[in-house]
Design a protein around this ligand. Structure first.
Ligand SMILES: [Zn+2]
Ligand SMILES: [Zn+2]
Length: 180
């Protein structure tokens, strides 16, 4: 990944045309590669690279990011908190910590590869409460040992069905779990 690509998030949070919400502490932008119908990123203004940069003193900021993200997305989409997936990727090559807030349909135009599904539907995706309890108990966060879980077959998030093809999973979701 080039240095420029690595800093895309910082560029996007500094470009006023991308900013949907901003205050003293956080910026909210739309994910440029949406994996669900609604997909947003909440980023701190503080220069934190990723989840590995987090210390116990960041806990209030993590709570604030989650609250602001939920508040913004619920207000603009009409969805309720239970409809939304909120959390961080264990590993990322992008500079700047970012909280994903997305609807649980996973029908965005950029949900195309098994690793993308797995990055949101396995332990690769870390909810805020898990990060907070680990910072409180051991002072750092526990990451999955490697990125191999991204390559595993994709498992339906609503039943036992699994497959190696994201298009089969999408068809399955539509056939068996679609709620209009
Ligand atoms: Zn991410
Ligand atoms: Zn299913």
């Amino acid at each position: 990944m080039t240095n420029e690509a690595r800093n895309n998030l910082i560029l996007s949070m500094n470009d006023p045309s991308n900013i949907l919400y901003s205050d003293e502490f956080v910026v909210i932008v739309a994910d440029q590669f949406p994996k669900s119908v609604h997909h947003y990123l909440v980023m701190p203004k503080e220069d934190l690279f990723d989840v590995r940069s987090l210390k116990e003193r960041h806990i209030p900021k993590l709570i604030y990011m989650e609250l602001k993200g939920l508040e913004y997305v619920m207000r603009t989409t009409g969805l309720i908190a239970q409809d939304l997936l909120v959390g961080y990727h264990a590993f990322t090559s992008m500079n700047r910590l970012h909280l994903h807030v997305l609807s649980k349909d996973f029908c965005g135009p950029h949900m195309r590869q098994p690793h993308q599904w797995n990055s949101f539907n396995t332990e690769f995706f870390i909810p805020t409460h898990k990060i907070i309890s680990e910072l409180q108990s051991i002072g750092r966060i526990v990451l999955p040992p490697n990125k191999k879980i991204l390559q595993q077959p994709v498992q339906c998030n609503k039943c036992d069905f699994f497959t190696n093809e994201i298009k089969h999973l999408k068809f399955h979701l539509k056939m068996f779990h679609y709620v209009p």
